[in-house]
Design a protein. Structure first.
Length: 182
């Protein structure tokens, strides 16, 4: 493995934020699951005028709502309390899927709240990465992440390594429901 500086991931964040914004450029409403301190939520709203909702189960202090942002303390596998219908254009999980107790249930819930042809984007640490050496957490292989997206019902899942194979970029889409009578 290459020798990366210990602040490798912090140094990548600005580039990753801009890559996420480019990927989700056509989305008006974005849901960030496992948002932590809501930094990505605020950045997307401030920089690109996106209507963003962050969801995290932790006890972090969220920033004040405004400028198209909202951060909610909730479980990502049950979003009914504030998202009862399919109204989200894109869902992002930034460095958070490995933290979820039931990741498949979270992905299924993400699919439920997406509009037809809405996109899910996952940026995650892969197994065997610098992150695993630094924090000794369990991360998914590319194959495991692709399988989870397929099991959750996402169409055309793509999973690939980025940033010198130190991150995984995964995405998929929700198919439109079949028309009634067909």
């Amino acid at each position: 493995m290459e020798d990366f500086p210990l602040n490798f991931y912090d140094r990548l964040k600005p580039w990753l934020f801009s890559q996420i914004a480019a990927e989700l450029r056509s989305a008006s409403r974005i849901l960030d699951l496992g948002c932590g301190d809501c930094k990505l939520v605020g950045w997307l709203a401030e920089t690109y005028g996106k209507n963003t909702i962050g969801v995290d189960i932790s006890n972090l202090v969220f920033p004040a709502e405004g400028n198209g942002t909202r951060c909610v303390r909730a479980d990502a596998q049950s979003l009914n309390n504030f998202l009862a219908k399919e109204t989200i254009d894109a869902v992002v999980l930034f460095w958070s899927l490995h933290e979820m107790a039931h990741p498949l249930a979270v992905l299924q819930e993400a699919k439920r709240v997406l509009r037809p042809l809405g996109e899910i984007l996952i940026v995650e640490f892969p197994r065997g990465s610098l992150a695993q050496r630094l924090w000794n957490e369990a991360y998914y292989s590319i194959g495991e992440l692709a399988d989870m997206l397929k099991k959750a019902g996402f169409w055309r899942p793509e999973v690939k390594p980025i940033a010198h194979r130190q991150l995984t970029w995964a995405k998929g889409f929700k198919l439109s429901p079949p028309e009634k009578g067909k």
